[in-house]
Design a protein around this ligand. Structure first.
Ligand SMILES: Cc1cc2nc3c(=O)[nH]c(=O)nc-3n(C[C@H](O)[C@H](O)[C@H](O)COP(=O)(O)O)c2cc1C
Length: 473
């Protein structure tokens, strides 16, 4: 769904603000918190439910404060899990840049806008979504919680928030699709592809995603090589070598055939740790552990994965091949330069995820939010999802005001998963939706169009450039 060019204007005037907060219902149930129908009148059930529970001495399991959420999750995870999920490339300057970019913009709230009726819904690729955010693909979620992708799938389905299945998932996409359907038939889901060396495997993964009801294909371009991640390097820990995060491969018939030709590769020295890790990899391989051990399949799967998972020689010309092989909308994830955005559009791509992979790939990269306005100007008719560093409702508001159609959020839901499994993710979704709705209303916007059509307004913090010196200009 493309936005009008005006929607991409940075300096935009907001309408008014001043929500009246009533409360009904109990957000601690499994029901979706937010009814965003246009007829809804000034309620924010989630906020009220937290305060009501507080009267009984109960506090939310998922800390609403983002830093507290990160800190609590860090305690709940193993050192290896923490390193993999929280870590970034090099000095992690890109993670900092992502946050600084959001802090660099300020919202100029407008008053008396009658925000008693509010609607946070958007249209995206033919689907009406109640909230303008998606769950970005995160691999190896079993490092956070044993339910991993299944817990997230159930939570996402219960709230109608699209989940992007990761190519590096801990559970096959079919299991996640079934889990979603059991909660809400046809709950929205997309699939993220790491383009493998084998075209046959790429075709198989895409066909499976279509069969699973995925409504869009995300091709991640920024990870044709793995970034230099000191936290993982310090521990010598790459989860895939432990048989983690390769479920989309081991469940794939083409991959299983490829395993017969798995290269031997570099072998680790044999120690107790090697044997323990080999046993753990066998446990994660489908079927009985003993078979996976004695057949050598668990080890062959890891070796074949290493041999096939990435294609550093991928080029713009390859996109035509993929375009011909799927009817799904294709989004390119990792685009940060306006020229690349134009090339993607020319190649028949349907959307972009403006992302630096949460700062995990290039140390010292441009913040995704800083890249967004120029990309929005370069491809005004393409849907844009802003991803990397989004933590709060205000962040979502700022991204939309700067030209995003929606945002993708990563680590926060993994943290919520670590703390509370499926229920934790559902609670985090409710918090995020509630905070965004309140921010929107308090800024004086009744719906997303008020944010994107030029009425909402942001101003630059700190050194003020001439074009933004007067927030009301
Ligand atoms: C632990 C972890 C695993 C990830 N795995 C994938 C993946 O499999 N595929 C992908 O395209 N992006 C992956 N990403 C990147 C996310 O999709 C997203 O771009 C990033 O998390 C957004 O930044 P944020 O965590 O600051 O919200 C991963 C990110 C994290 C933190």
């Amino acid at each position: 769904m493309s936005q009008p060019a005006a929607a991409r204007r940075i300096d935009c005037r907001i309408q008014l603000a001043g929500p009246r907060l009533y409360a009904r219902g109990n957000a601690f149930t499994d029901a979706p918190m937010s009814d965003t129908s246009p007829s809804r009148r000034g309620t924010n059930n989630r906020q009220q439910a937290i305060y009501t529970q507080g009267m009984a001495g109960r506090v939310p399991r998922i800390p609403p404060e983002p830093r507290a959420l990160a800190a609590a999750a860090a305690k709940a995870m193993t050192r290896a899990g923490r390193g993999y999920i929280d870590g970034g490339a090099g000095t992690e300057a890109t993670i900092g840049a992502n946050r600084a970019a959001f802090d660099g913009w300020q919202i100029v709230p407008r008053m008396l806008a009658d925000v008693s009726r509010r609607n946070t819904g958007i249209d995206l690729f033919g689907r009406r979504l109640a909230q303008p955010f998606l769950l970005s693909p995160i691999g190896v979620l079993d490092l956070a919680h044993p339910s991993a992708d299944i817990g997230v799938a159930e939570a996402a389905a219960s709230r109608g928030v699209p989940m992007i299945f990761s190519n590096q998932a801990s559970h096959p996409m079919e299991a996640c699709a079934d889990a979603m359907d059991a909660v809400a038939k046809d709950a929205p889901r997309w699939f993220q592809l790491y383009w493998p060396k084998s075209d046959a495997l790429a075709e198989s993964l895409v066909a499976r995603a279509e069969a699973c009801g995925c409504e869009a294909l995300v091709v991640t371009l920024d990870t044709t090589l793995l970034g230099w991640r000191p936290r993982d390097l310090t521990l010598g820990h790459l989860p895939f070598l432990h048989g983690r995060g390769i479920a989309q491969y081991t469940s794939d018939p083409v991959f299983q055939d490829l395993m017969a030709t798995a290269p031997t590769g570099e072998r680790p020295p044999i120690t107790w740790a090697t044997l323990k890790n080999a046993l753990a990899a066998a446990r994660r391989y489908p079927g009985p552990t003993w078979n996976a051990m004695t057949s050598g399949k668990a080890i062959a799967a890891v070796r074949q994965f290493i041999a096939t998972y990435s294609r550093p020689d991928l080029s713009w010309d390859d996109l035509a091949w993929l375009r011909e092989r799927t009817r799904l909308p294709i989004l390119l994830k990792g685009v940060l330069a306006p020229d690349d955005a134009r090339r993607a559009e020319a190649a028949g791509m349907d959307g972009l995820i403006v992302s630096n992979h949460g700062g995990r790939q290039v140390d010292g990269a441009i913040a995704s939010l800083d890249a967004l306005p120029a990309i929005a100007a370069a491809v005004p008719d393409m849907p844009l999802i802003l991803d990397s560093g989004v933590r709060t409702g205000a962040d979502i508001f700022k991204a939309l005001a700067l030209g995003a159609t929606a945002v993708g959020i990563g680590r926060p839901y993994a943290w919520a998963l670590a703390l509370g499994g499926r229920a934790g993710v559902a609670e985090w979704i409710d918090n995020t939706a509630a905070e965004f709705e309140l921010t929107m209303a308090l800024a004086g916007c009744r719906d997303i169009a008020d944010i994107t059509d030029g009425t909402a307004r942001l101003t630059r913090r700190g050194p003020v450039s001439a074009s933004t010196a007067d927030p009301y200009a």
